[in-house]
Design a protein around this ligand. Structure first.
Ligand code: N01
Length: 539
């Protein structure tokens, strides 16, 4: 540590910190910094708070983590006073919650809405970040905190003729704020990821005819959504701290009870019993039926066979059931949670179109062409996902020390220390950045942990009269190597998922989230902070 004490903030900067994004990460970061006496300005491209839940307004959008766990825990009064109504909260309800939090903590006065950050540059001489926005404003701060969300940069494939279509087009991740009515229309949905699987049953109820263009069949587990039972809510609220503590001890940061036994050591009857029980329970914890489902291909096959069997029970036309049956590793791509997805393919107005062998050729003014056939459409829904984890960061021109561009540094894939910091980019923090557990965990506790770690770090710098922090290259190299090694041990790194950037043409294939689980990650972050921020240069 060099001996050049200097206050963390100087009059040379407009703010102590600039925060980019007013989703759950940016909102809590602002609140936390204010509590600690730091000044902060938030820039948000949308007209309101909520991030993911502000943009993803497609029919059927809900969270696949149970509502009693998908909420902030930093303020006990907040978690006691808020009432969720359903097991899995809808997008409108989660957005109401985000707005409630913004009101309750008076956050909006420090947020500039409708303002997109275009560039962020580190000034080595002044040791500050200079951020430019699309309204032509330039703002400076000692620290820059990216709270951009992992799934916020929409992926809109460049289909030939895409913009020639005469009808309406929609992207699930950028859905209109006004209600969309598909009544009487011929609608095409491209994609069968979570967004498609949630929206297809509802679009099918409205549309005259629905075509689902499927490139890769996907696994989904029923949500069995229901209104929340008041006794259950009371019990959780009586010991919310206990539930949160148990969740922190689980790899996905969710309080649930996995079975650690091996699927291969169980006999067929035992396997069936456990899979049936998880299917009846519903949701993502299906993968907790056995401990080796993501470690051993043969074990995984038993779960995949079970789900394929369910598809064949539910879908009447066995050819359609075959086409809907995935043959990759279950849980490799993000598992989906649905309400009536498979049964939707029993409807007369729903048609499944395989675009695996014969990809979508082009979009014309009248519809979409596959294998030489024109599907005439009135509306196209692009449920084609996101340039995940790195896309939102790289759409901003971020320049670190010496003018180095983040997009150059990450040309071969993202490199970070803990998913929180990047060597060569001093005083820059990424909340739930690539290299952190983020999308493999319940996002809310992951966000809170990052916010609190960053806030503690800034307090430490202030207490020690330091004004510059930068991850060292060796620490970053070691973290990247560790991630790569543990990702290689999991079946999760074996398929073409957005976790490895496979959904975006030309994106380098790197397993982006940290796969070692929430408890190991918490321990590592605490150890580093407790060790005077080992692996960082502080001056
Ligand atoms: O996106 P996706 P999403 N031609 O990338 C297809 C979270 N989320 O928005 O698999 C034809 O999963 C693509 O095909 P393929 C959750 O973490 C959560 O649905 O690449 N098809 C795929 O089928 C989720 O995982 C919730 O072969 C093309 C689909 O588009 C993540 O967000 C709800 C294509 C994209 O699926 C992303 O989900 C919603 C092309 N050129 C989302 N390009 C909940 O909490 C892409 N596809 C419940």
């Amino acid at each position: 540590m060099a001996e050049q004490p200097e206050p963390a903030a100087t009059s040379a900067t407009d703010f102590d910190a600039i925060i980019v994004g007013a989703g759950f990460a940016g909102m809590y970061m602002l609140h936390k910094l204010r509590q600690l006496g730091f000044s902060a300005r938030v820039f948000e491209a949308g007209s309101g708070v909520g991030g993911t839940w502000y943009w993803n307004r497609y029919p059927g959008a809900r969270c696949d983590v149970e509502s009693m766990q998908y909420s902030y825990q930093f303020d006990d009064d907040l978690q006691q006073e808020w009432s969720w109504t359903e097991r899995y909260a809808t997008q409108p309800e989660i957005l109401r919650y985000a707005n409630h939090v913004a009101d309750r903590f008076d956050l909006r006065r420090d947020i500039r809405f409708d303002t997109r950050v275009t560039t962020a540059r580190f000034d080595d001489d002044e040791r500050l970040w200079c951020v430019e926005t699309d309204d032509g404003t330039r703002t400076t701060a000692r620290y820059c905190i990216m709270a951009l969300g992992c799934l916020s940069a929409a992926n809109l494939p460049d289909f030939k003729g895409r913009d020639s279509f005469r009808g309406q087009t929609y992207h699930t991740g950028n859905w209109p704020h006004e209600p969309v009515d598909f009544t009487g229309q011929r609608v095409g949905v491209i994609g069968t990821g979570s967004s498609a699987i949630q929206s297809i049953p509802l679009i099918a109820e409205q549309a005259d005819t629905l075509y689902v263009f499927q490139r890769t069949a996907n696994y989904t587990i029923p949500a069995h959504n229901r209104p929340l039972d008041t006794d259950y809510v009371k019990a959780v609220k009586a010991d919310y701290a206990g539930m949160r503590a148990r969740a922190k001890r689980m790899p996905p940061g969710i309080d649930f009870t996995p079975n650690l036994g091996s699927a291969l050591e169980a006999d067929a009857a035992e396997r069936r019993r456990r899979f049936e029980a998880r299917w009846a329970e519903g949701g993502l914890t299906f993968m907790g039926a056995f401990g080796d489902l993501l470690l051993d291909q043969k074990a995984n096959d038993t779960a995949a066979d079970f789900v394929r069997g369910k598809i064949h029970e539910i879908v009447r036309d066995q050819d359609v059931a075959d086409l809907l049956s995935p043959h990759n590793v279950i849980g490799c791509k993000r598992l989906c949670v649905d309400s009536g997805y498979w049964a939707t393919f029993n409807r007369d107005n729903v048609n499944l179109v395989d675009v695996a062998e014969a990809p979508i050729e082009e979009i014309t003014p009248d519809g979409l062409v596959v294998d030489g056939r024109l599907y005439e459409l009135d509306a196209i829904v692009f449920a084609t996902g996101f340039d995940a984890m790195t896309g939102a960061l790289l759409r901003i021109d971020i320049r670190g020390s010496g003018g180095q561009a983040l997009k150059d540094k990450w040309a071969e894939g993202p490199r970070s220390y803990l998913g929180l910091a990047v060597a060569g980019f001093p005083n820059l923090f990424t909340i739930t950045g690539p290299g952190s557990p983020s999308v493999l965990t319940n996002m809310l506790p992951s966000i809170e942990q990052h916010v609190e770690w960053i806030a503690d770090c800034l307090s430490y710098l202030r207490e020690h009269a330091l004004g510059r922090i930068e991850a060292t290259a060796p620490a970053e190299d070691a973290w990247v190597a560790h991630n790569r090694e543990i990702a290689g041990e999991s079946l999760r790194s074996t398929c073409s998922s957005w976790y490895v950037g496979a959904n975006v043409p030309g994106k380098p294939r790197v397993f982006m989230p940290y796969i070692g689980g929430f408890p190991a990650y918490l321990e590592k972050c605490a150890e580093i902070a407790g060790n005077d921020y080992a692996g960082f240069d502080l001056t």
